[in-house]
Design a protein around this ligand. Sequence first.
Ligand SMILES: C[S@@+](CC[C@H](N)C(=O)[O-])C[C@H]1O[C@@H](n2cnc3c(N)ncnc32)[C@H](O)[C@@H]1O
Length: 233
Amino acid sequence: MTPNTCFNAHVLTLFPEMFPGTLGIALAGKALEKKIWSLNTINIRDFATGVHKSVDDTPYGGGAGMVMRPDVVGRAIETLPENTPLYYLSPRGQPLTQKKVKELAKNDSIGLLCGRYEGLDERVLKHYNITEISIGDYVLSGGEVAAQVILDAILRLREGFMGDQTSLNQESFENNLLEYPQYTRPNVWKNLSVPEILLSGHHEKIEQWRQKCSEELTKERRPDLWAKTTEIK
Ligand SMILES: C[S@@+](CC[C@H](N)C(=O)[O-])C[C@H]1O[C@@H](n2cnc3c(N)ncnc32)[C@H](O)[C@@H]1O
Protein backbone atom coordinates (compact mmCIF):
# COMPACT_ATOMS: atom_id res chain seq x y z
CA MET A 1 0.00 0.00 0.00
CA THR A 2 1.43 3.38 -1.00
CA PRO A 3 0.73 6.05 1.63
CA ASN A 4 -2.59 7.85 1.14
CA THR A 5 -3.44 6.02 -2.09
CA CYS A 6 -7.16 6.04 -2.77
CA PHE A 7 -8.74 2.62 -2.06
CA ASN A 8 -11.08 1.69 -4.91
CA ALA A 9 -14.05 -0.52 -4.06
CA HIS A 10 -16.07 -2.10 -6.88
CA VAL A 11 -19.31 -3.72 -5.79
CA LEU A 12 -21.30 -5.93 -8.17
CA THR A 13 -24.89 -6.10 -6.99
CA LEU A 14 -28.51 -6.36 -8.08
CA PHE A 15 -29.31 -3.59 -5.57
CA PRO A 16 -26.89 -0.67 -6.10
CA GLU A 17 -29.31 1.57 -4.19
CA MET A 18 -28.16 -0.22 -1.00
CA PHE A 19 -24.79 1.62 -1.34
CA PRO A 20 -23.01 3.45 0.17
CA GLY A 21 -25.55 2.60 2.90
CA THR A 22 -23.80 2.54 6.26
CA LEU A 23 -20.57 3.56 4.53
CA GLY A 24 -22.05 6.92 3.55
CA ILE A 25 -22.03 8.28 7.13
CA ALA A 26 -19.57 8.93 9.98
CA LEU A 27 -15.87 8.20 9.30
CA ALA A 28 -16.45 6.15 6.13
CA GLY A 29 -18.75 8.82 4.69
CA LYS A 30 -16.23 11.59 5.40
CA ALA A 31 -13.43 9.49 3.91
CA LEU A 32 -15.56 8.94 0.80
CA GLU A 33 -16.02 12.71 0.45
CA LYS A 34 -12.28 13.26 0.98
CA LYS A 35 -11.56 10.64 -1.72
CA ILE A 36 -9.61 8.43 0.70
CA TRP A 37 -11.67 5.70 -0.94
CA SER A 38 -13.94 5.49 -3.95
CA LEU A 39 -17.04 3.38 -4.56
CA ASN A 40 -18.09 2.04 -7.94
CA THR A 41 -21.35 0.08 -7.88
CA ILE A 42 -21.96 -2.14 -10.88
CA ASN A 43 -25.59 -3.02 -11.44
CA ILE A 44 -25.64 -6.67 -12.53
CA ARG A 45 -29.13 -6.15 -14.01
CA ASP A 46 -27.64 -3.82 -16.64
CA PHE A 47 -25.98 -6.86 -18.21
CA ALA A 48 -29.17 -8.89 -18.66
CA THR A 49 -30.43 -9.39 -22.21
CA GLY A 50 -33.68 -10.66 -23.75
CA VAL A 51 -37.21 -9.37 -23.43
CA HIS A 52 -37.48 -10.13 -19.73
CA LYS A 53 -33.95 -9.05 -18.75
CA SER A 54 -33.72 -12.07 -16.44
CA VAL A 55 -30.78 -12.22 -14.07
CA ASP A 56 -31.71 -15.59 -12.57
CA ASP A 57 -33.19 -18.94 -13.52
CA THR A 58 -34.33 -22.20 -11.92
CA PRO A 59 -31.62 -24.58 -10.66
CA TYR A 60 -30.63 -27.54 -12.84
CA GLY A 61 -31.52 -30.73 -10.98
CA GLY A 62 -34.49 -29.09 -9.31
CA GLY A 63 -34.85 -27.60 -5.85
CA ALA A 64 -36.13 -24.42 -4.31
CA GLY A 65 -35.31 -20.87 -5.35
CA MET A 66 -33.46 -19.28 -8.24
CA VAL A 67 -29.80 -19.11 -9.25
CA MET A 68 -27.97 -16.09 -10.68
CA ARG A 69 -27.13 -16.67 -14.36
CA PRO A 70 -23.43 -17.04 -15.25
CA ASP A 71 -23.69 -15.18 -18.58
CA VAL A 72 -25.21 -12.08 -16.95
CA VAL A 73 -22.86 -12.03 -13.95
CA GLY A 74 -19.88 -12.80 -16.22
CA ARG A 75 -20.54 -9.75 -18.38
CA ALA A 76 -20.71 -7.57 -15.25
CA ILE A 77 -17.41 -9.00 -13.92
CA GLU A 78 -15.68 -8.31 -17.22
CA THR A 79 -16.19 -4.56 -16.74
CA LEU A 80 -13.89 -4.55 -13.68
CA PRO A 81 -10.52 -2.84 -14.09
CA GLU A 82 -7.76 -5.36 -14.84
CA ASN A 83 -6.10 -7.00 -11.81
CA THR A 84 -8.87 -6.09 -9.37
CA PRO A 85 -8.87 -8.82 -6.68
CA LEU A 86 -12.41 -10.23 -6.75
CA TYR A 87 -14.27 -11.92 -3.89
CA TYR A 88 -17.70 -13.48 -3.71
CA LEU A 89 -19.63 -13.02 -0.46
CA SER A 90 -20.88 -16.45 0.52
CA PRO A 91 -21.76 -18.42 3.66
CA ARG A 92 -19.54 -21.18 2.23
CA GLY A 93 -16.48 -18.91 2.09
CA GLN A 94 -13.37 -18.51 4.21
CA PRO A 95 -14.41 -16.92 7.51
CA LEU A 96 -13.57 -13.22 7.72
CA THR A 97 -11.06 -12.54 10.51
CA GLN A 98 -9.05 -9.47 11.45
CA LYS A 99 -5.99 -11.24 9.94
CA LYS A 100 -7.83 -11.61 6.63
CA VAL A 101 -9.00 -7.95 6.80
CA LYS A 102 -5.37 -6.83 7.21
CA GLU A 103 -4.38 -8.82 4.14
CA LEU A 104 -7.22 -7.32 2.10
CA ALA A 105 -6.35 -3.78 3.27
CA LYS A 106 -2.87 -4.11 1.71
CA ASN A 107 -4.46 -3.94 -1.76
CA ASP A 108 -5.46 -0.63 -3.29
CA SER A 109 -8.66 -2.04 -4.79
CA ILE A 110 -11.19 -4.79 -4.27
CA GLY A 111 -14.13 -6.25 -6.19
CA LEU A 112 -17.00 -7.65 -4.14
CA LEU A 113 -19.64 -9.78 -5.82
CA CYS A 114 -22.93 -9.86 -3.92
CA GLY A 115 -25.15 -12.90 -4.34
CA ARG A 116 -28.94 -13.02 -4.05
CA TYR A 117 -31.57 -15.79 -4.21
CA GLU A 118 -29.92 -19.24 -3.82
CA GLY A 119 -26.63 -17.76 -4.96
CA LEU A 120 -24.48 -17.91 -8.05
CA ASP A 121 -23.95 -20.48 -10.82
CA GLU A 122 -20.80 -22.33 -9.67
CA ARG A 123 -19.10 -21.93 -13.08
CA VAL A 124 -18.62 -18.20 -12.48
CA LEU A 125 -16.46 -18.95 -9.42
CA LYS A 126 -14.48 -21.54 -11.34
CA HIS A 127 -13.97 -19.52 -14.53
CA TYR A 128 -12.78 -16.33 -12.82
CA ASN A 129 -11.05 -18.22 -9.96
CA ILE A 130 -12.94 -16.20 -7.36
CA THR A 131 -12.29 -16.60 -3.61
CA GLU A 132 -15.37 -16.84 -1.39
CA ILE A 133 -15.56 -14.96 1.92
CA SER A 134 -18.11 -15.49 4.68
CA ILE A 135 -18.85 -12.95 7.41
CA GLY A 136 -20.15 -15.65 9.77
CA ASP A 137 -22.02 -18.89 10.21
CA TYR A 138 -25.49 -17.61 9.41
CA VAL A 139 -27.37 -16.95 6.17
CA LEU A 140 -28.19 -13.42 5.00
CA SER A 141 -30.64 -12.71 2.21
CA GLY A 142 -27.95 -11.05 0.10
CA GLY A 143 -24.26 -10.19 -0.01
CA GLU A 144 -24.72 -6.40 0.18
CA VAL A 145 -24.66 -6.13 3.99
CA ALA A 146 -21.66 -8.51 4.07
CA ALA A 147 -19.85 -6.33 1.49
CA GLN A 148 -20.41 -3.28 3.71
CA VAL A 149 -19.04 -5.17 6.73
CA ILE A 150 -15.88 -6.10 4.83
CA LEU A 151 -15.37 -2.59 3.44
CA ASP A 152 -15.90 -1.00 6.85
CA ALA A 153 -13.29 -3.29 8.41
CA ILE A 154 -10.79 -2.65 5.58
CA LEU A 155 -11.25 1.12 5.43
CA ARG A 156 -10.46 1.74 9.09
CA LEU A 157 -7.04 0.17 8.52
CA ARG A 158 -6.24 2.45 5.56
CA GLU A 159 -3.98 5.44 6.05
CA GLY A 160 -5.81 8.74 6.52
CA PHE A 161 -9.06 7.07 7.62
CA MET A 162 -8.73 7.28 11.42
CA GLY A 163 -7.44 10.36 13.23
CA ASP A 164 -5.22 8.26 15.51
CA GLN A 165 -3.94 5.06 13.88
CA THR A 166 -2.16 4.00 17.11
CA SER A 167 -5.51 3.01 18.68
CA LEU A 168 -5.63 0.17 16.13
CA ASN A 169 -2.73 -1.58 17.86
CA GLN A 170 -4.67 -2.14 21.06
CA GLU A 171 -7.92 -3.37 19.63
CA SER A 172 -9.57 -6.76 19.98
CA PHE A 173 -7.89 -9.54 17.99
CA GLU A 174 -4.44 -7.93 18.09
CA ASN A 175 -2.22 -10.80 19.32
CA ASN A 176 -5.39 -12.92 19.48
CA LEU A 177 -6.61 -11.09 22.59
CA LEU A 178 -9.90 -9.31 23.24
CA GLU A 179 -9.69 -5.68 24.31
CA TYR A 180 -9.63 -4.70 28.01
CA PRO A 181 -12.66 -2.78 29.46
CA GLN A 182 -12.82 0.94 28.72
CA TYR A 183 -14.14 3.71 31.02
CA THR A 184 -14.70 7.47 30.77
CA ARG A 185 -16.21 10.32 32.86
CA PRO A 186 -18.02 10.53 35.23
CA ASN A 187 -15.86 8.42 37.52
CA VAL A 188 -18.88 7.33 39.56
CA TRP A 189 -22.07 6.45 37.68
CA LYS A 190 -25.13 4.70 39.20
CA ASN A 191 -22.95 3.82 42.18
CA LEU A 192 -20.38 2.12 39.94
CA SER A 193 -16.81 3.42 40.16
CA VAL A 194 -14.08 3.41 37.58
CA PRO A 195 -11.31 0.97 38.68
CA GLU A 196 -8.93 2.86 40.99
CA ILE A 197 -5.84 1.91 38.98
CA LEU A 198 -7.04 3.91 35.95
CA LEU A 199 -7.07 7.10 38.05
CA SER A 200 -3.57 6.48 39.48
CA GLY A 201 -1.61 8.00 36.59
CA HIS A 202 0.82 5.05 36.91
CA HIS A 203 1.20 4.09 33.23
CA GLU A 204 3.17 0.90 33.72
CA LYS A 205 0.69 -0.49 36.26
CA ILE A 206 -2.23 0.54 34.02
CA GLU A 207 -0.66 -1.38 31.13
CA GLN A 208 -0.22 -4.46 33.34
CA TRP A 209 -3.85 -4.23 34.54
CA ARG A 210 -5.13 -3.91 30.96
CA GLN A 211 -3.04 -6.84 29.78
CA LYS A 212 -4.36 -9.00 32.66
CA CYS A 213 -7.98 -8.00 31.89
CA SER A 214 -7.47 -8.80 28.18
CA GLU A 215 -6.10 -12.22 29.02
CA GLU A 216 -8.87 -13.04 31.50
CA LEU A 217 -11.61 -11.91 29.12
CA THR A 218 -10.14 -13.91 26.25
CA LYS A 219 -9.78 -17.06 28.38
CA GLU A 220 -13.37 -16.76 29.58
CA ARG A 221 -15.14 -15.70 26.37
CA ARG A 222 -12.98 -17.03 23.55
CA PRO A 223 -11.06 -20.14 24.58
CA ASP A 224 -10.38 -20.73 20.85
CA LEU A 225 -8.46 -17.43 20.62
CA TRP A 226 -6.74 -18.03 23.96
CA ALA A 227 -5.46 -21.38 22.70
CA LYS A 228 -3.81 -19.57 19.75
CA THR A 229 -2.17 -17.04 22.13
CA THR A 230 -0.65 -19.81 24.21
CA GLU A 231 0.50 -21.66 21.05
CA ILE A 232 2.38 -18.50 19.95
CA LYS A 233 4.05 -18.19 23.40
C1 LIG B 1 -29.88 -16.56 0.72
S1 LIG B 1 -28.14 -16.45 0.48
C2 LIG B 1 -27.79 -17.94 -0.38
C3 LIG B 1 -27.41 -19.04 0.55
C4 LIG B 1 -26.99 -20.32 -0.18
N1 LIG B 1 -28.13 -20.93 -0.80
C5 LIG B 1 -26.37 -21.29 0.81
O1 LIG B 1 -27.09 -22.05 1.45
O2 LIG B 1 -25.12 -21.25 0.99
C6 LIG B 1 -28.00 -15.20 -0.74
C7 LIG B 1 -26.66 -14.50 -0.79
O3 LIG B 1 -26.41 -13.83 0.44
C8 LIG B 1 -25.01 -13.73 0.66
N2 LIG B 1 -24.71 -14.26 1.99
C9 LIG B 1 -25.56 -14.93 2.80
N3 LIG B 1 -24.99 -15.26 3.94
C10 LIG B 1 -23.73 -14.78 3.92
C11 LIG B 1 -22.63 -14.82 4.82
N4 LIG B 1 -22.72 -15.43 5.99
N5 LIG B 1 -21.48 -14.23 4.46
C12 LIG B 1 -21.37 -13.61 3.26
N6 LIG B 1 -22.37 -13.55 2.36
C13 LIG B 1 -23.54 -14.12 2.67
C14 LIG B 1 -24.32 -14.50 -0.47
O4 LIG B 1 -23.86 -13.58 -1.45
C15 LIG B 1 -25.44 -15.37 -1.00
O5 LIG B 1 -25.27 -15.71 -2.35
